[in-house]
Design a protein around this ligand. Structure first.
Ligand SMILES: NC(=O)c1ccc[n+]([C@@H]2O[C@H](COP(=O)([O-])OP(=O)(O)OC[C@H]3O[C@@H](n4cnc5c(N)ncnc54)[C@H](OP(=O)(O)O)[C@@H]3O)[C@@H](O)[C@H]2O)c1
Length: 290
């Protein structure tokens, strides 16, 4: 069997995907930016050094590959374009593309149009494809850490809006099946757990699991824009961010599907179970305060 190429192999989703596929004995190749960053990958995984930003570095990664998992961590189209071009040249037959639940909203929020543009690019390329559209990654909770540590709590512009989230391990489980089993080419899966939560409810769950209080601060979409401007975001970016936050506030992110269970035949993990598994990443055992 030709190796399965995994991009984003050191990240939240990719590391689960590698672990799950390695446990089943599939031959794996990881595209990595440096050997040091790839040090934690299982030994049997072949590493090819490359960068999605530099097409010339990608040919060796796709050589002899028939199926690949594409995680484009950028905010543009170029990384996907680069990978699609080298894949076509190398005769890759299937791309499993990590997209976003937002690509299925009508209209697609400005901030997330890049995901639907990437999907179109992949579909137009002529190879087989499977599109994975995850909801909010549960690992996004780690983004709160600096602010929690600085005593600022969690600032939330979405207020009453509920979102479905998804454990990166469940995304990986669906990707693993799409890469290794027949019957998933041409499918688009929208990946969520089975509960809708506001950010405030997520913060309460995390605080309960960690056994400490975490401040929750509701802010307006306008205040979020001011925060983003202070971080150096440009005017186009903040306009897109404002639209996105307003739509989430209006509950447009409240989407649940059973796609994880239909594909994997197991229930998706809850946010609480993700918090339990990842409590250590918050620097807190039950006995240790940040
Ligand atoms: N956050 C959300 O709620 C959400 C929702 C829907 C979809 N998504 C998608 O999910 C992605 C994040 O997934 P994740 O959390 O698993 O990622 P992550 O943990 O942030 O890891 C990013 C991965 O991309 C690799 N990478 C970064 N720049 C690269 C480059 N120039 N060339 C090759 N590889 C590069 C990193 O490798 P290194 O080890 O070299 O850094 C790492 O393996 C987002 O980018 C987005 O596309 C996110």
């Amino acid at each position: 069997m030709s190796p399965l190429l995994i991009t984003g192999a050191t990240g939240h989703i990719g590391s689960h995907l590698i672990k799950q596929l390695a446990a089943k004995g599939y031959p794996l190749r990881a595209l990595v930016r440096s050997r040091e960053k790839a040090a934690g990958l299982p030994q049997e995984v072949e590493r090819v050094t490359g960068d999605l930003a530099r097409p010339a570095t990608l040919s060796a990664a796709v050589d002899g590959v028939e199926r690949l998992f594409l995680l484009d961590p950028s905010t543009g189209l170029d990384f996907t374009k680069n990978m699609v071009e080298v894949s076509l040249q190398a005769g890759v037959r299937l791309i499993v593309d990590l997209s976003s639940i937002g690509a299925g909203l009508d209209p697609v929020p400005i901030l997330l149009r890049v995901f639907s543009d990437r999907e179109a690019l992949i579909k137009d390329a002529g190879m087989a494809w499977t599109i994975l559209r995850p909801g909010q990654l549960m690992s996004n909770a780690l983004w709160w850490l600096p602010s929690i540590q600085a005593g600022g709590g969690v600032r939330d512009p979405v207020g009453p809006g509920r979102v479905a989230s998804i454990d990166p391990a469940d995304i990986a489980a669906v990707a693993a099946i799409a890469l290794t089993q027949e019957g998933h080419a041409g499918a688009t899966y929208t990946l969520t757990d089975d509960e809708l939560l506001t950010t405030k409810q997520q913060v309460e769950i995390l605080a309960r699991v960690l056994g400490r209080s975490i401040d929750y601060v509701e802010i307006t979409p306008e205040e979020a824009v001011q925060d983003a401007l202070a971080r150096g975001m440009d005017q186009g970016g903040v306009a897109a961010l404002r639209e996105y936050n307003e739509r989430l506030r209006a509950d447009e992110g409240a989407i649940l599907t059973d796609d994880v269970e239909r594909v994997t035949e197991h229930k998706p993990a809850s946010f609480e179970s993700w918090c339990r598994r990842n409590a250590a990443a918050f620097g807190l055992g039950a006995d240790r305060l940040i």
